[in-house]
Every structure is written in C-alpha cells, then in structure tokens.
Design a protein around this ligand. Structure first.
Ligand SMILES: *[C@@H]1O[C@H](CO)[C@@H](O)[C@H](O)[C@H]1NC(C)=O
Ligand SMILES: *[C@@H]1O[C@H](CO)[C@@H](O)[C@H](O)[C@H]1NC(C)=O
Length: 369
C-alpha cells in the first residue's frame, strides 16, 4: 500500500473515531501512523486530547500520537472556519498542480467535521472547553522544530541561564513553531517575555543563527506567486513558519508523473526521514484568504494583504543593506514565478503597489489603516 494511501486510511479511521465518539466514549480504536508494519490499533483515553494552540478563529487540539489536529471555531467564527476549510482545499490543490510545489509544505487537508450534540459530554472535565464547539477542521499536524534549532534559539536569545533551563524543560515549549519575520529587524529586544511556543524570529536573529535568509525569501516569494496566480487568493493573514520536515511530502500530481520518467522521478519517491529530520518552511492558516478580481481593486486588495499580515515578507526601501538585497531577491523571484503562472500584468502592478505604499509610509502617510 503506498504511504499516501496509508495516510488517507489513517484520516478515514480518525473520521470513524469522531463518529464513534458519539456512541461510545469509553474505548476508541484509532490507527497509529508509522508505516505498514507499524500499523496497529490502540485503545486510548479521551484524556489524551490536548490543546496545542489558540487563535482568534479557534482552538487547535491534537490527540497525542495521532499526527492529526482538529481546529474548532470560537463563537461567531463558524463561517471563518468554513472559509479556512474551503481555502485550504483551493490552496493545497493549487500548490500541488504547479511545478513549483516543492518549495513549501502545508498541513495536509483532512476533512470538515460537524461535532453533533453530546460530542463534548464525554470529554474529561479538566480539558473540557467552556464552549461546546460545533465544527472542526481536521488536518495533519505540523511537527515542532528540531531539538537542535530549539536549543540554538534558547541559547542565543533567552535572557539568563536559569531561564534557559526552565524553558527547555517546559513540555509546552516542545510544541515550538517559529514564525519567519523576514520583514522585521530589531535591535536590543526585550526578551523577558521569552516563550518558545510561538517564536517570532526576526531577520537579524536568523542571521545570528546563520540561517539562510535568501532561501527563505525565495521560497516565500514563489509561494506567494502560487497563492496569487494559481490559487487566485489574496493570501491575507497566512503564516510562514519553520518546523520539522514532514515524514511524507505532498504526493506527486498526475502532471509530475507525466513530466518524469523512472530514472529522474526522485521526488515521486518519498524519503522516509525518521532519523535525519530537518526544518522546512510551512504555510498555514487560510481562514482570512479571499478571492480577488483582475482590476485596480484586486491590486489594492493584494497590496493590503501584504501589509496587513505579520511581517513575514521582506520590505522594500529598507535601511539595512541585507534587507535591501532580500527585497530584491523576493521581488525578482515573485515576478519570475508569477510569469510562469499567468500572462497578466497584475504581478508587476502588485509589486509596484507594494513599493508605492512603502514610500507613502516612509513619507508619513498611508492609504489605509
Ligand atoms: C543561501 O541560499 C542562496 C539561494 O539558494 C544561495 O545562492 C547562497 O549561496 C546561500 N548562502 C549560503 C551562505 O549558503
Ligand atoms: C505530458 O508530457 C508531454 C511530454 O513532456 C507533454 O507534451 C504533454 O503536454 C504532457 N501532458 C500533460 C497533460 O501534462
């Protein structure tokens, strides 16, 4: 059985798990991912459910060892979570259908779950949420950054050795996700509020850790081009984070197969990298993405989404010489990748709009905010 089929089997089983919860909360059978021989069934307790993240749209849960997460919506955010679901599909398909898809990973879309009345009744009191969430979006779980990078970050940026030890010992900090802020350069940061769980890594800190910022800028630029011109969404509020490479990469598309033969189809095989994991860039959070039109309003929407987002992208007109180079790398790669995906002049107009907005900001004004 191909591994991808295997993962899907796992997802289907989890679906069954959710359905079973309604009837039988005591003993649940799930499939544990790990390879065909490791295929095993386990009983587990609902106490294994834990919250690993909270955002303005919802809460992220996982079941220890399952390799899946479920995102449940906050009150009033039902439609936003549904948008997340639909946009996740659109974006995942678009990434897979381009020749450029090896630059970015995204959590694999699972399914949409309606958590019917009574779903939460059987969850132990200590982890039961205040809210009876009604909907869930299931996708694969991103694994935290490697132990090595986690230590490097703590070593370089935690305020004192005592705190370093506490941080590394705190199990919550194992779920470490690193936001890549290529558009922020900071000096003399206040690290008193140092937390690893969602760590915002500024470009100067990447340099300090000797991470290759050009590579990040290239991958981000190509990904943004795919979101704009293949998925045709504005990429509003998406996140670019560094985390461990997936055990299984996105499966090859029919086009990938057609463009390969048995000797050069390296990427069609999956490297099972259980032993030597490294960190790669991931794209996530699609709940704010919207469609746009091919006109002035569309250009403005793309530009605003660029600036509304956290400072992931390099910025034009920077002061620092490295940042100037980083913007050039980003812009050139964005335009080059966009050129492969569309004949329209919209990509150039988007870049011009971003540069013009930065000039306005530097002159003390801005067309929005
Ligand atoms: C960083 O990555 C870029 C793009 O892949 C490459 O050209 C450059 O040589 C790399 N720099 C270092 C120091 O490895
Ligand atoms: C498959 O590959 C051939 C040769 O490279 C190409 O001519 C053809 O257009 C491709 N077909 C599809 C559906 O991509």
């Amino acid at each position: 059985m191909p591994f991808w089929t295997f993962i899907w089997t796992a997802i289907v089983r989890i679906w069954t798990w959710l359905a079973d919860l309604l009837d039988d909360a005591i003993s649940i059978v799930v499939l544990v991912c790990g390879g065909r021989d490791a295929l095993q069934q386990q009983s587990f307790d609902l106490a294994d459910l834990k919250v690993i993240g909270k955002g303005q749209c919802g809460q992220i849960w996982t079941r220890v060892g399952s390799g899946l997460v479920i995102k449940t919506n906050n009150p009033g955010k039902e439609d936003q979570l549904w948008n997340d679901c639909c946009m996740h599909q659109v974006i995942e398909e678009a990434i897979r259908m381009t020749n450029l898809h090896r630059v970015i990973r995204n959590p694999q879309f699972g399914y949409w779950a309606r958590l019917t009345d009574g779903f939460w009744d059987d969850v132990p009191e200590d982890i039961k949420p205040d809210i009876e969430y009604r909907y869930g979006l299931v996708s694969s779980r991103i694994e935290p950054v490697t132990e090595g990078l986690r230590r490097d970050i703590v070593e370089a940026f935690a305020p004192s050795s005592a705190i370093k030890r506490t941080i590394l010992a705190d199990p919550d900090n194992r779920d470490c996700l690193v936001r890549l802020y290529l558009g922020r350069r900071e000096k003399g940061l206040d690290k008193q509020a140092f937390r690893l769980r969602n760590f915002d890594l500024s470009v100067n800190e990447m340099e300090e850790l000797q991470l290759n910022t050009s590579e990040f800028a290239i991958d981000m630029a190509i990904t943004l081009a795919i979101l704009h011109w293949s998925a045709r969404v504005d990429a509003n509020d998406v996140e670019f984070v560094l985390d461990r490479n997936p055990i299984l990469d996105m499966p090859a598309s029919a086009m990938d197969c057609n463009n390969s033969n048995k000797d050069n189809a390296g990427f069609l095989c999956q490297d099972i990298t259980l032993g030597k994991r490294h960190n790669v860039m991931w794209l996530l959070d699609f709940d704010q993405c919207k469609r746009f039109t091919d006109d002035n309003a569309g250009v403005k929407q793309l530009m605003q989404s660029f600036y509304f987002n956290d400072p992931y992208y390099p910025r034009p007109q920077a002061n620092d010489i490295n940042d100037v180079a980083l913007w050039a790398t980003f812009r050139d790669n964005y335009l080059q990748a966009s050129g492969l995906l569309t004949d329209s002049l919209m990509p150039d107009r988007f870049i011009e709009a971003v540069e013009a907005e930065e000039r306005r900001r530097r002159a003390g004004g801005s067309i929005f905010h």
